[in-house]
Design a protein around this ligand. Sequence first.
Ligand SMILES: Cc1cc2nc3c(=O)[nH]c(=O)nc-3n(C[C@H](O)[C@H](O)[C@H](O)COP(=O)(O)OP(=O)(O)OC[C@H]3O[C@@H](n4cnc5c(N)ncnc54)[C@H](O)[C@@H]3O)c2cc1C
Ligand SMILES: NC(=O)c1ccc[n+]([C@@H]2O[C@H](COP(=O)([O-])OP(=O)(O)OC[C@H]3O[C@@H](n4cnc5c(N)ncnc54)[C@H](O)[C@@H]3O)[C@@H](O)[C@H]2O)c1
Length: 287
Amino acid sequence: MKIVVVGGGAGGASFAARMRRLDEKAEITILEKTEETSIASCGLPYFIGGVIDNRDDMQVAKPAFLKQLFNIDVKLNSPVSEINPDKKIVITNNGDVYPYDKLVLATGAKPFVPAIDGIENLPHFVVKNLADADAIKAFIAQNKPKNTVVVGGGFIGVEVAENLCHLGIKTSLVEMAPQVLMPLDEDMATLIHKEMKRHDLSLYLSDGLQSVAWDGVILTSGKKVAADMLILAIGVRPETELAKKAGITLTEKVLLLPMNICKPTIPISMPVVTVWLSKILFPANRP
Ligand SMILES: Cc1cc2nc3c(=O)[nH]c(=O)nc-3n(C[C@H](O)[C@H](O)[C@H](O)COP(=O)(O)OP(=O)(O)OC[C@H]3O[C@@H](n4cnc5c(N)ncnc54)[C@H](O)[C@@H]3O)c2cc1C
Ligand SMILES: NC(=O)c1ccc[n+]([C@@H]2O[C@H](COP(=O)([O-])OP(=O)(O)OC[C@H]3O[C@@H](n4cnc5c(N)ncnc54)[C@H](O)[C@@H]3O)[C@@H](O)[C@H]2O)c1
């Protein structure tokens, strides 16, 4: 039995490890497009801020570990560009072909970056993987920015802003809702607003990004905020291009896996299916 998992993030890697526990003999391969598998996304903002200083600590389960402990083969730098369900193969950008009996798509989500007027005027970054964090760290080290604007007051925006403040960079956070961290009640968010201001963070609530100039951003309120660097943390969207291309039926929030592509013939206990489905179909990355 050949099991191919596309995506070696939290969902893909934990699915593969669980699969090994259920089937000792299966050939399990993870195809991951980046240079790392199973990174600690939650630590990325703190890696940027230098709170986590060892880059190695950001990789929870390296390929050698997955091979040694679970006999899982991980192929890095292997973006899958095509699925052929009839031939039961996937093909990577590099032209490598992997046959499968069972295929799992665990491609996660990608940062949402809308068209923004003038965005080319300022260096701007998203925070999704280690390469993004490396790029932000390198930019800060080389250019020593004085003012940063973080757009989006969700978890990523708030945590990145916290770390930019920690680095001593004057930081402004722009959030279109009346509070940061929308899942929190207003009274709890108020405490966070106070704490942010105590750390000299400038908070712009009920305001959005209108356009970008060479020396800062213009908000929908008309206010101008100085910036020599911009972080976009305005949400994520499911990474579904590959599934769409393969003709897999998608709905707004649910990725339906047709049985011919992924039929769990191996006896899988319900909790596993639930974990798997919740990771792949309902990641924290809701649109
Ligand atoms: C900065 C940041 C901080 C976070 N902090 C927290 C936190 O504190 N707590 C929390 O619960 N959650 C946190 N999250 C969210 C959490 O990381 C995600 O919910 C989780 O990683 C989702 O797992 P996943 O496997 O579905 O997707 P991902 O972890 O994104 O993995 C998907 C993988 O698929 C790969 N891939 C995509 N397309 C292809 C392709 N065509 N071929 C091959 N590989 C492909 C990607 O490179 C990626 O490695 C954070 C996320 C970020 C970005
Ligand atoms: N601690 C954790 O559990 C944790 C940490 C980091 C990330 N995550 C998850 O990662 C995913 C992505 O996080 P995120 O913070 O990017 O997304 P998010 O959707 O949680 O937050 C995005 C924020 O940006 C705001 N926004 C959108 N467009 C805007 C605009 N034009 N101007 C100003 N504000 C705008 C939204 O109102 C929202 O508050 C989420 O699912 C999140 O739950 C979780």
